[in-house]
Design a protein around this ligand. Structure first.
Ligand code: NAP
Length: 285
C-alpha cells in the first residue's frame, strides 16, 4: 500500500504545530502516512481542493485565512457536516473512497472536550463570558449554541460582534447572546461562571492580560485560547487568586484528535499527540 498524505492548508502556515502532533499520531499507531504543510494563496484554494485526489491527498486541516472559502467550495462540490454548516467554516476535509470532498469543523467540539475534560467545566445552564468575537469565538459560541443559560460577548471590533449576532440568531435564541461594551465588563463577569479569552492578547510574552485582575474572582473558570506558550498573564493572574485556569493547548489537541479520527477511523493516541505538541511549543519559545 502507498503512503497516505495529509496536511494543513493556510497562508502563511509554517508556524503550524499540527505536523508535530499528527505525524506523532501516525507513528504511534504504525500508520504509513505523512502530514505536510501547504502554503496556498487564497485565490488558488479552489484549484487546490479540486486537485486533492490527483495529488493523492487523503485529508486536510484548513487554517487562516481559508476556513470560510473552503466551506463555500465544499458546499458546492461535496458535503458538509452539521458543525461546518452552523459555523459557516471548515477546518477539516476528508476525501471519501469515491473521491468526494467532505467538510467538517472540529474547533467547537475540540473546545468543548477540553472545557469538560481539562477545565472540568460543564457549560450547560451556566452564564459564560467570551472576550473576542472573531473566528475562534464564533466557533465556540456556535457550538455551545443554546446550551449555556446566557453567553455575553465583548469585542473592540463592532462589525465582528454584528456578524456573530446575525449568525447566531439564524440557529439559536438570540436573547441568550448578550453584547457587552467595555463599560459592562465588570457586571457581565460578576454573573458569569466561565471567562473565555478569544482574543490574541497573550500570544506575545510582553502582552498584558486582556482582563484586569480586579475583575477576576476566586472560583471563576478561565479558558484562555492562546496556546503558543505554557502560561499567559491572564492564566497567571487567575491562578494567583484561585480561579481554575488553563491555556488553549487542549482545544488545539482535541480539534486535531477529532480530525485524526475522521481521517483514519481509529481512536487518536491523545497522550502521544499532547506530548508532541508540548515539545513543539517548547522548541519555539
Ligand atoms: P480573530 O479572528 O482576529 O479575533 C479576535 C478578535 O478579538 C478580533 O475581533 C480583535 O479585534 C479582538 N480583540 C483584540 N484585542 C481585544 C481586546 N483587548 N478586547 C476585546 N477584543 C479584542 O482571531 P481568532 O482566530 O479568533 O483567534 C483568537 C485567539 O484564539 C488567538 O490567540 C488564537 O491563537 C486562539 N485560537 C486558539 C485555538 C486553539 O485551538 N486553542 C484555535 C483558534 C484560535 P481587532 O481585530 O480589531 O484587534
Amino acid at each position: 500500500m502507498t503512503k497516505k498524505i495529509y496536511g494543513i492548508v493556510g497562508h502563511p502556515v509554517e508556524h503550524s504545530l499540527s505536523p508535530a502532533m499528527q505525524n506523532a499520531a501516525f507513528d504511534a499507531l504504525g500508520i504509513d502516512a505523512e502530514y505536510l504543510l501547504y502554503d496556498i494563496e487564497p485565490d488558488h484554494l479552489g484549484y487546490f481542493l479540486k486537485d486533492l485526489a490527483h495529488n493523492k491527498i487523503s485529508g486536510l486541516n484548513i487554517t487562516i485565512p481559508h476556513k470560510i472559502k473552503a466551506k463555500d467550495y465544499i458546499e458546492s462540490a461535496g458535503s458538509l457536516d452539521q458543525n461546518a454548516v452552523r459555523l459557516g467554516a471548515v477546518n477539516t476535509v476528508k476525501l471519501s473512497e469515491d473521491g468526494k470532498l467532505c467538510g467538517f469543523n472540529t474547533d467547537g467540539p475540540g473546545f468543548y472536550r477540553s472545557l469538560v475534560e481539562d477545565l472540568k467545566f460543564e457549560p450547560e445552564g451556566k452564564e459564560i463570558f467570551v472576550l473576542g468575537a472573531g473566528g475562534a469565538a464564533t466557533a465556540i459560541i456556535m457550538y455551545l449554541g443554546n446550551g449555556p443559560k446566557k453567553i455575553s460577548v465583548s469585542d473592540v471590533d463592532n462589525d465582528k460582534i454584528k456578524d456573530l449576532k446575525n449568525h447566531y440568531k439564524k440557529y439559536y435564541d438570540e436573547a441568550r447572546l448578550s453584547i457587552v461594551d467595555s463599560g459592562g465588563l465588570k457586571t457581565a463577569l460578576s454573573t458569569s461562571s466561565l471567562l473565555v479569552n478569544a482574543t490574541p492578547v497573550g500570544m506575545k510574552e510582553s502582552d498584558p492580560s486582556p482582563i484586569g485582575k480586579d475583575l477576576l474572582r476566586s472560583g471563576l473558570y478561565v479558558y484562555d485560547l492562546v496556546y503558543n506558550r505554557p502560561f499567559t498573564r491572564l492564566v497567571k493572574d487567575a491562578s494567583e487568586i484561585k480561579c481554575h485556569a488553563i491555556t488553549g493547548l487542549g482545544m488545539l489537541l482535541y480539534q486535531g484528535a477529532i480530525a485524526f479520527e475522521i481521517w483514519t477511523d481509529k481512536k487518536a493516541p491523545v497522550s502521544v499527540m499532547k506530548r508532541a505538541l508540548k515539545e513543539a511549543i517548547k522548541k519555539r519559545l
